[in-house]
Design a protein around this ligand. Structure first.
Ligand code: F6R
Length: 610
């Protein structure tokens, strides 16, 4: 996490740095800071808290005329969220200022070495070693010092550096964490991602792993890992500047929930041709797809929940043994894989450190790898053998909504493809299932007309709850886990999700009079089974909110305190509709509680640390 920016142009740098940082704040908001390069040296301003605190501080000071600077918005990893740990970090002699995104894994050893050489540290961060290494190795040549310093670092980094002797110039480099660079008529920019630059340009260079650049107002020079000059050409940004605005919505999360009709219809338009699933860019042949004997869906958080749903529906319609794993666990286990095993890495950002590490492990173990990714040319996309883009557009709210839905739809279409290739579904069945998917956008459009008021009213009844339970079976269980995550991450209400049949093996002892239980019963094949669990909790005093298909509505009324009818969704679509309903429930609950919906505490959107 953390966002870094840099600007070198012919106008004052501060407004550009602050504007870009505003767009990067979703990556972390524990503290923010900037460093400006000038003839008299480097000037740093940093503050604990959100970017607004830094902005007020800068507005109250004499306006700097510097036309070059770097900036940072932090999600704390090493060192508490305090001002001393805010970036930029200066070297002891003030010659170098550094902003960093990533983790320097060997920083303790480096710090001991630097302290023994007389360096004085003023923060608890891993980043500060970079500033001191630069100072120690500097003999008048910025690039040589940078080359030496980078060679000493282990871990992941995207760094931007100012050097006092090189006013107007920014050095940047990346390994693991992303950096994009843009040449514009305002000046030249570096940033952690394209969304912060879309106001200024529609094309960027994505710096490759180990590559570096020296940026000033006149141009950009690129270097390979040996600091030899290289040529890099810009690529077009796929998204538009309108996509990164709130479009009149109170929060990005609400806007992104409402975009889901278009997300699904866009995906279906992309991956369905002439009534058949079509993945023209996939790098696996039909023969290879036919021959996979095992699928493992791997991701973190909501992406893992999409993988869990995929495990159930893919296994159901293809007959292929499927597993779903959290990347943070899978990467450390000893899991045998081979070339008949397809590992599917699911990630919105494509930069999640655990997912990336799991991908490398799968590749090293001999598995085939497929990325299901939203951000084009991100690390998971680049390092997977093949990639299916989820095409949800930029997602700014920290809690994922449309990107999660897009993962479900993409994975389902992929499952249909495998099922067809393996002869597990007939053309008629395929036509029926694809037909359902083609009708999904209208159903979502309908839901988005009626559900917001219902969920707002429901959340008014429940927002003071001390805890909540979510239950469901199979794909409904995956939706229960996602619904619970959504609610807890933005409203801070403790929530637990269970496979409905598991409650009676322990957790049911926690159910007492008034305990809220959200029962997901959209999957009609399992409706009766989950209803029996609803009866069990109801008879122990639970207040039950049930989500089920319209056709099962009448069968549930006697056992539930609130019922949310959803369109009939079969084995797959139920979790799609349930997901959207629970996103709205979480949103309105957090709104009643006055929470910071788009930037929940302690979180950040892009988790580039382990
Ligand atoms: C929850 C949420 C997270 C992400 C997780 C993985 O709302 O957004 O749980 O799903 O951090 O992120 P990506 O998909 O970028 O790998």
């Amino acid at each position: 996490m953390c966002g870094i920016v840099g600007f070198a142009g012919k106008e004052r740098a501060v407004p550009y740095l602050l504007n870009c940082l505003t767009r990067l704040e979703y990556r972390g908001y524990d503290s923010a800071g900037i460093a400006l390069s000038g003839q008299r040296g480097i000037e740093v301003t940093k503050r604990k808290g959100k970017l607004s605190v830094l902005t007020s501080e800068l507005m109250s000071k004499k306006q700097s005329q510097s036309q070059c600077g770097i900036g940072h918005t932090r999600w704390a990893t090493h060192g508490a969220p305090e001002e001393k740990n805010a970036h930029p970090h200066l070297s002891s002699n003030g010659y170098f200022a550094v902003v960093h995104n990533g983790i320097i894994e060997n920083y303790e050893a480096l710090k001991r070495e630097l302290i023994s050489q007389g360096c004085k540290f003023s923060s608890d961060t891993d980043t500060e070693v970079i500033a001191h290494l630069l100072e120690k190795s500097y003999c008048g040549d910025f690039l040589s010092a940078a080359k030496y310093t980078l060679s000493r670092l282990e871990g992941s980094y995207a760094v931007a550096v100012l050097c006092k002797d090189y006013p107007g110039k920014i050095f940047c480099s990346r390994w693991g964490s992303p950096i994009v660079i843009a040449k514009t008529d305002k000046g030249n920019f570096i940033s952690s991602d394209v969304t912060s630059l879309m106001e200024y340009t529609d094309e960027v260079v994505k710096l490759g792993g180990g590559e570096s650049a020296l940026v000033d107002s006149e141009g950009i020079e690129f270097f390979d890992k040996d600091m030899k000059s290289i040529e890099r050409s810009p690529e077009k940004i796929q998204w538009s500047v309108e996509d990164v605005g709130k479009k009149g919505y109170e929060h990005f999360m609400l806007k992104e929930i409402f975009e889901q009709k278009d997300t699904v219809s866009g995906l279906v338009g992309e991956y369905v041709r002439g009534g058949e699933t079509s993945f023209p860019d996939i790098k696996f042949s039909d023969k290879e797809l036919f021959e996979f004997e095992r699928l493992i869906f791997i991701g973190c958080g909501s992406a893992y929940h999409a993988g869990l749903a995929a495990k159930y529906f893919t296994r159901g319609i293809t007959g292929i043994p499927c597993e779903a794993e959290t990347a943070s666990e899978w990467r450390y286990g000893s899991v045998p894989v081979n070339e008949k095993c397809l590992c599917v890495f699911i990630s919105q950002s494509g930069e999640t450190a655990d997912t990336l590490a799991a991908l490398r492990k799968a590749r090293d173990g001999g598995a085939r790898t497929l990325g299901v990714v939203n951000v084009v040319s991100s690390s998971v996309a680049d390092e997977s053998e093949s990639v299916l883009y989820t095409r949800a557009g930029p997602e700014i709210a920290v809690a994922t909504t449309k990107a999660y839905t897009a993962q479900l739809v993409t994975l389902y279409l992929f499952a249909l493809r495998l099922a067809k290739l393996r002869g597990r579904i007939s053309s008629a069945q395929q036509e029926r299932l694809i037909g359902e998917l083609l009708r999904a956008p209208d159903k979502i459009g309908g839901l988005l007309k009626t559900l917001p008021e219902k969920m707002k009213a429901l959340s008014r009844e429940y927002y003071t709850s001390e805890q909540m339970y979510f239950i469901g079976r199979n794909t409904d269980c995956a939706a229960a886990m996602e619904g619970a995550l959504k609610l807890k991450e933005i409203s801070y209400i403790p929530c637990q999700a269970y496979a409905a049949g598991e409650l009676k093996h322990g957790t049911i002892s926690l159910i007492e009079k008034g305990t809220p239980v959200v029962a997901l019963m959209g999957n009609s094949a399992l409706f009766a089974k989950t209803l029996s669990n609803v009866k069990e909790v109801k008879s122990r005093g639970a207040r039950v909110i049930a989500l089920c298909s319209e056709e099962n509505y009448g069968k549930s009324t006697d056992f539930c305190d609130s019922l949310i009818p959803l369109p009939e969704g079969g084995e797959f679509m139920s979790c799609l509709f349930e997901g959207i309903a629970l996103q709205l429930f979480a949103y309105y609950t957090a709104r009643h509680l006055g929470c910071d919906i788009d930037k929940p505490r302690n979180l950040a959107k892009s988790v580039t640390v382990e």
